[in-house]
Ligand binder design. Structure first.
Ligand code: ATP
Ligand code: MG
Length: 117
């Protein structure tokens, strides 16, 4: 008699890419007509079922990257280039109603300070 063991898991195998950010660039336009570039061709992708950490010094643009991905950029910020693909959607060209439907349901942001970002 033989016994066969099989690895089992309650979590189904997930494969693929959840988020892909490609060449995201942008910055703030000043009242005087100047432009300060904050995001300089930011590119990364996140595989489904994995955790990705973005590390950088304060003011380096981590929050602006996350806000640009979900379309919640502050007034004055202008995106100059790039694309954001999330679960088959092109987030930067999605209709506002479709983006709202994804936000909170499929994608969201936990702010570092609940009172201010
Ligand atoms: N409303 C704004 N007007 C002009 N510049 C801004 C504005 N908001 C942020 N910035 C600038 O954008 C840059 C990126 O800021 P961001 O908040 O993305 O940094 P961060 O990497 O998240 O920093 P921290 O680690 O402190 O959270 C900073 O230089 C900041 O001064
Ligand atoms: Mg931040």
């Amino acid at each position: 008699m033989s016994v066969q063991a099989e690895a089992t898991s309650t979590t189904p195998a997930v494969r693929g890419e959840t988020l892909r950010v490609e060449g995201l660039s942008g910055g703030f336009r000043s009242a005087e007509g100047g432009f300060t570039e904050i995001l300089k061709s930011v590119s990364f992708s996140i595989e489904t079922g994995t955790i990705t950490a973005v590390v950088g010094e304060t003011g380096s643009g981590k929050s602006m990257t996350a806000l640009a991905v979900i379309g919640l950029l502050p007034k004055g910020f202008h995106r100059t280039a790039g694309a954001v693909h999330f679960e088959g959607h092109d987030l930067l060209t999605l209709a506002p109603a479709q983006l709202r439907a994804l936000r909170g349901d499929r994608i969201g942001m936990v702010f570092q300070d609940a009172r201010a970002r």
